[in-house]
Design a protein around this ligand. Sequence first.
Ligand SMILES: CC(C)(COP(=O)(O)OP(=O)(O)OC[C@H]1O[C@@H](n2cnc3c(N)ncnc32)[C@H](O)[C@@H]1OP(=O)(O)O)[C@@H](O)C(=O)NCCC(=O)NCCS
Length: 179
Amino acid sequence: MQTPFLVSKRLYLRPLDESDLDRCLGWINDSEILSFLGRRTPMSRTMEREWLVGQYKSDSDIPLAIVLKDGDRHIGNTGLHGIDHVNRSAEFGILIGERDAWGQGFGVEAGRTIIDYGFKELGLHRVCLRVFSFNERAQRVYAKLGFTHEGTLRESYFRDGRFHDTLVMSILQEEWENS
Ligand SMILES: CC(C)(COP(=O)(O)OP(=O)(O)OC[C@H]1O[C@@H](n2cnc3c(N)ncnc32)[C@H](O)[C@@H]1OP(=O)(O)O)[C@@H](O)C(=O)NCCC(=O)NCCS
């Protein structure tokens, strides 16, 4: 087991490393997952590696692997990105790449863990995210985490022959503390 960075009931979150790259590449190049993330182009191993190295060089990104305690299985990634230390804000991202792990509450559990770290340890004031209107599973997770829908980028994403809205959601520190 690699050293956990954050721990919850069924999961631990740890830094990503070189040995995770092929698994991540398989998820990121899955066409359905690609469309949830708004990517159009495939990612090569070199691109994925450069992305990861860049993330850990910066103090504005915290990417973490989501690992099941049971069996030590890496099922996805989550992170806080674009951390703005002046405005104390960040963007939350999550991807559970192993489809058989969907719908078991791991998204909510991992999200709760890293967002709590953002508010309590990084002193964030606001965490936001963007999600496409057709991604109802993700919206359900964000609602359960306490995010509020604060705006809509109308018909901003073209997929399957038509335009879809992008929803902007956020949660403030005070709301997190009271949830
Ligand atoms: C979105 C994602 C992170 C959710 O993680 P998860 O572990 O599957 O989610 P959870 O099990 O914690 O919660 C899923 C919730 O959505 C509900 N749900 C599942 N499928 C749904 C659907 N098609 N429509 C609406 N709700 C749905 C579940 O019932 C559950 O709610 P409940 O606990 O009230 O019953 C994960 O599915 C994923 O990574 N998907 C691909 C990438 C992605 O979409 N990332 C987010 C980009 S914004």
